[in-house]
Ligand binder design. Structure first.
Ligand SMILES: NC(=O)c1ccc[n+]([C@@H]2O[C@H](COP(=O)([O-])OP(=O)(O)OC[C@H]3O[C@@H](n4cnc5c(N)ncnc54)[C@H](OP(=O)(O)O)[C@@H]3O)[C@@H](O)[C@H]2O)c1
Length: 243
């Protein structure tokens, strides 16, 4: 295992993922830039390296078994292992997704990346993480996945537009986070979910009100938790997000 902390950020070629990679790189960590498109990946790696980050490209499509298996092998060969996994890659699944007017293909697309993709990557990386001294898993969720916020009254904490694909996919991701935290409770692996807040990225046509750097901050915090830090939680900048 390398003496320096090694992180993998999925979907790191743009948006919040890019800024998580930049934030972890600024700590002196080696950062694997997980991205499925070669040109976008190499452009991001070059930009991070120009800013002094020890970044390297990790070809990674979270929906593809062979790609994920190859990514784990690359981390082993290139970096000697993995300490911190940030499951950041995500999609809306497409529009429309209003209940009563949705296409099941939209739901399937959201779940495929936001849930199954996270399980696929986590399973592939766990053997590496188990060998780390201070392993962390951060799952990039969303406040719209909170059932408390989904079911709140308008004006009393209700979050997000009606959505039968994206929001429920993040609710399931939250449950997946809790399940891994329970299963790994007797290890040093801390597993938490993060909400970046409404952030201006491609995902929402740049309508978000936070910068990608602000959106990345909570993931950087959860990636750098001390060994006695929380596990199985859901956090935003302001603190705990209700399930
Ligand atoms: N923006 C917000 O307001 C907001 C709020 C709450 C939660 N989030 C969450 O934050 C995370 C980052 O989103 P963002 O806002 O930064 O969106 P973004 O700019 O659209 O970035 C999404 C990233 O995921 C990657 N990705 C999508 N499908 C993938 C796949 N099959 N394999 C590998 N990578 C894939 C994209 O790669 P390509 O460039 O190749 O498509 C891109 O790098 C997501 O999980 C999102 O749900 C965002």
């Amino acid at each position: 295992m390398s003496e320096r902390t090694v992180a993998l950020v999925t979907g790191a070629n743009k948006g919040i993922g890019y800024e998580i990679a930049a934030g972890l790189g600024a700590l002196g960590w080696r950062v694997g830039v997980g991205a499925r498109d070669e040109r976008r990946r190499e452009t991001a790696v070059a930009a991070l390296r120009a800013d002094g980050v020890d970044a390297f490209g990790v070809p990674l499509d979270v929906t593809d078994d062979a790609s994920v298996t190859a990514a784990a092998r690359l981390l082993e060969e290139r970096a000697g292992g993995l300490d911190v996994l940030v499951n950041n890659a995500g999609v809306t699944g497409g529009m429309p997704q209003q209940p009563g007017g949705a296409d099941v293909a939209t739901v399937r697309a959201a779940v495929e990346v936001n849930v199954i993709g996270v399980v696929r990557v986590t399973e592939a990386m766990l053997p590496l993480l188990r060998r780390s001294a201070s392993p962390r898993i951060v799952n990039m969720s969303s406040g719209v996945g909170s059932l408390t916020r989904q079911s709140a009254s308008a004006g009393e904490g209700q979050t997000g537009p009606l959505s039968v694909a994206y929001a429920p996919s993040k609710s399931m991701l939250n449950a997946v986070t809790v399940q891994y935290a329970r299963a790994l409770a007797d290890t040093s692996i801390l597993v938490n979910a993060a909400c970046p807040g409404f952030t201006a990225t491609d995902l929402n046509g740049f309508r978000g009100v936070r910068t990608p750097q602000q959106g990345a901050a909570v993931a950087v915090r959860l990636a750098t938790l001390p060994d006695d830090g929380p596990t199985g939680g859901f956090f935003e900048d302001a603190g705990v997000v209700p399930w």
